[in-house]
Design a binder for this molecule. Structure first.
Ligand code: HAM
Length: 402
């Protein structure tokens, strides 16, 4: 028989990592909910057209999409990111603006798997639709920064840029790589992101984006920098920061940390995307932070570890298991976490299981206890054991567990 394994670039997240994962999303929720962001849960799969708007000049769309034709002959794709889905939802439901949404969940990109790069990976993120205020850019950037810093990450830097208006590589068209020539016709700024040798010299001699800012773009970016300074958030302006998706305009930013050479998260303004998806002209800004990659950075820095998992009480029953059945149920109903052994194991093996469970207290029922209607309460980390009547078990535990 075939022993099946996960597909390349896909992983099972088991305990204790799954507990850490849950705590990560919960920490994110507790960062953004108090700032007025409300959760959206978009579907994992959409019409492929929704994602093609993310950028026809990007690998994410041209090479990495998990797409197929479904049984109804619809060309659909698993989402490679969630910004496009949020904008599609905005067009569909027309919520009151400014609309502040947060999300978490898996995304799919057919990339070459390596450390910090998976084919199914999770993100947490926020998007705000319907406001151009530069201080909104600052709010968004600050929420991501505060969240990452709150995890305990110290080797964290914030890079920002403004894309302003498009610059032109057309005068050097002949010398560019074939790939960049195609990129150029679709999104000129993405040439700046090329890793190909022949493009480097041309990129280096490119006019600075900043020289082409409109007055409005210049003022907007100045306000963003001013706002970050007011909040005391350190940043570096990186004029080469264009990000991997096509829809960005004006502000872009990335959170860089850990020992990975790629960003933990990033985002920017995407004024124009809602219109591309059939909606009214609506500005937008947001970011996404990679869960997988950020937890790796936490490992590198030894912060935000997995929370301990244990039950409070372990019930040992050597009389057949029915007492343990009733007692664990009673405990759980009164809010005390409890576990037990199955398969009528020996006293010794049940004691071992109790130790492994991390429980603070074992409740023991042997034949003597069954006959006399009592239970032995044995603290597992120091303290005297006592024998109490069934009615006294809960009050005794409440004392021992505090
Ligand atoms: P992105 O830069 O493509 O932006 O992805 C954001 C983060 O998701 C990355 O920094 C990384 O941590 C994680 N990520 C991306 N691809 C992978 C992968 N293959 N394996 C592991 N982690 C990965 C976006 O997705 C935009 N939607 C961000 C945004 C929101 N812009 C505006 N609003």
């Amino acid at each position: 028989m075939t022993e099946f394994r996960t597909s390349p670039g896909m992983r099972d997240i088991l305990d204790p990592e799954s507990g850490r994962w849950r705590r990560f999303v919960s920490a994110f929720e507790h960062t953004v909910e108090p700032a007025g962001y409300r959760q959206i849960i978009p579907p994992l799969l959409e019409d492929i057209g929704v994602f093609q708007r993310v950028g026809e000049a990007t690998d994410v769309v041209t090479k990495e999409m998990y797409d197929f034709v479904d049984k109804g002959e619809r060309h659909v794709a698993l989402r490679p990111e969630q910004t496009a889905s949020v904008c599609r939802a905005f067009v569909q439901h027309r919520p009151v603006t400014p609309w502040k949404a947060w999300y978490s969940g898996p995304n799919f990109r057919y990339e070459k798997p390596q450390r910090g790069r998976f084919r199914q990976f999770d993100q947490v993120g926020i998007e705000v639709l319907g406001a151009t205020d530069p201080f909104l850019d600052v709010e968004v950037i600050a929420l991501g920064w505060n969240f990452l810093a709150g995890l305990g990450l110290r080797r964290l830097t914030l890079q920002i840029n403004s894309l302003g208006e498009p610059v032109h590589f057309t005068s050097n068209l002949e010398a560019l790589s074939a790939e960049s020539r195609i990129t150029l016709t679709k999104n000129p700024l993405r040439v700046l992101d090329s890793k190909r040798d022949e493009d480097h010299a041309i990129i280096a001699s490119a006019p600075r984006i900043a020289d082409f800012y409109s007055d409005q773009a210049r003022t907007h970016f100045a306000s963003v920098r001013d706002g970050l300074e007011r909040l005391g958030i350190p940043f570096v302006v990186n004029e080469r920061l264009v990000r991997g998706l096509d829809y960005y305009r004006h502000t872009t930013f990335e959170y860089v940390g850990g020992t990975l050479d790629s960003a933990l998260g990033g985002g920017g303004r995407y004024d124009g995307l809602v219109e591309d998806l059939g909606g009214p002209p609506t500005p937008g800004i947001g970011f996404a932070i990679g869960v997988d990659r950020t937890l790796l950075a936490c490992d590198d820095e030894g912060v935000f570890g997995a929370p301990p998992t244990s039950v409070q009480v372990f019930v040992i029953d050597t009389t057949g298991g029915a007492e343990a059945l009733v007692l664990t149920d009673e405990l759980r109903r009164s809010g005390i976490s409890a576990d037990r052994a199955f398969e009528s194991r020996s006293m010794k093996s049940q004691m071992k299981a109790a130790d492994r469970s991390g429980a603070a207290v074992a409740l023991i029922i042997g034949s003597d206890e069954l006959a006399s209607g009592t239970v032995v309460v044995r603290p597992l980390r120091g303290g005297e054991q006592v024998s109490v009547s069934r009615a006294e078990v809960l009050p005794t535990l409440q004392k021992v567990l505090t």
